[in-house]
Design a protein around this ligand. Structure first.
Ligand SMILES: C[S@@+](CC[C@H](N)C(=O)[O-])C[C@H]1O[C@@H](n2cnc3c(N)ncnc32)[C@H](O)[C@@H]1O
Length: 262
């Protein structure tokens, strides 16, 4: 169990799909068109959201390998996708030596690298570069959270949330909001052509369930690392909940990165 439940992943999938940066996707699609029968490895695949968002845009003869260490999420991915052109692999990515890159043309990931350490990202970049494999990684949280109705505790709460994002999520100290910038630096040093682009979530009342789940998900991380007391947190939470159900908007910043071998 990874702690990422299928309900949360299903809730965020439409917002992720809408937020993916179009320009990077178009560039990636044209790169893949130049490859014959590409094999795409999606790491930290969860229930297969990346596959569902991208497979229709990529060459029809593409083959996908979906990798995650959570058996429940992999089983759900297989139930939802079940395609003959997809294989499912249970692997703990903290041990990169278990990842076989033979025949892989491109690696993808979504909402994954902010969990990872700088050292892991550098090692992975080096590993991919030995076979000149490109990386497309979307929805890397970048630390920006803002609401249409400000509250005096927002700044402190977002700061605490971002500090918590830097905690160990299994890979050592996580990059959190620095993930896309760190990866871009690593791939640039290895002679890749890199491009980053915005994929911010812009959520309104039509995303009330996602907004509420995101808000609820902020409370314990913030309580863990901030000096705010329970009353302050509850007051802030009740204010936010009331505003979101009254039509308040929430933006959550993300960055997509495309790193291709020259
Ligand atoms: C936020 S979820 C994103 C899932 C999916 N990419 C999506 O966009 O819906 C992060 C995923 O990374 C996986 N993950 C986290 N640590 C991992 C590890 N050490 N090895 C393999 N997968 C891992 C989790 O199981 C989860 O599926």
């Amino acid at each position: 169990m990874s702690g990422f439940d299928t309900g949360w992943l299903a809730l965020r999938e439409p917002a992720d799909k809408a937020a993916r940066n179009e320009l990077l996707l178009a560039e990636l699609a044209s790169y893949l068109e130049g490859l014959e029968a590409p094999t795409i490895m999606d790491i930290g695949c969860g229930t297969g959201s990346t596959y569902r968002s991208l497979s229709g845009r990529f060459p029809v003869n593409a083959y996908w390998q979906l990798v995650d260490y959570d058996q429940l999420l992999l089983a759900e991915a297989e139930r939802l996708i079940g395609s003959a052109a997809v294989s499912y692999h249970r692997k703990d990515l903290t041990d990169l030596s278990t990842l076989t890159l033979e025949g892989v043309s491109l690696m993808t990931a979504s909402a994954f690298f902010d969990l990872c350490s700088g050292a892991f990202c550098e090692d992975l970049a080096e590993y991919l570069s030995t076979k000149r494999i490109g990386l497309y990684t979307a929805l890397n949280y970048d630390g920006r959270i803002s609401w249409s109705d400000p509250h005096e505790l927002d700044l402190e709460i977002v700061g605490a949330f971002n500090r918590h994002q830097r905690g160990d999520k299994g890979f050592g100290v996580a990059l959190g909001p620095q993930a896309a910038a760190h990866l871009e630096g690593a791939f640039t040093c290895l002679g890749y052509r890199t491009k980053t682009a915005d994929s911010t979530w812009h959520l309104d009342l039509s995303h009330a369930a996602l907004q509420e789940a995101f808000l609820r998900g902020m409370v314990s991380p913030v309580a863990e690392v901030s000096d705010l007391n329970q009353d302050q947190l509850s007051t802030w939470f009740d204010f936010r909940l009331a505003k979101l159900h009254a039509g308040g908007r929430l933006d959550v910043g993300h960055i997509d990165l495309l790193a291709l071998p020259l």
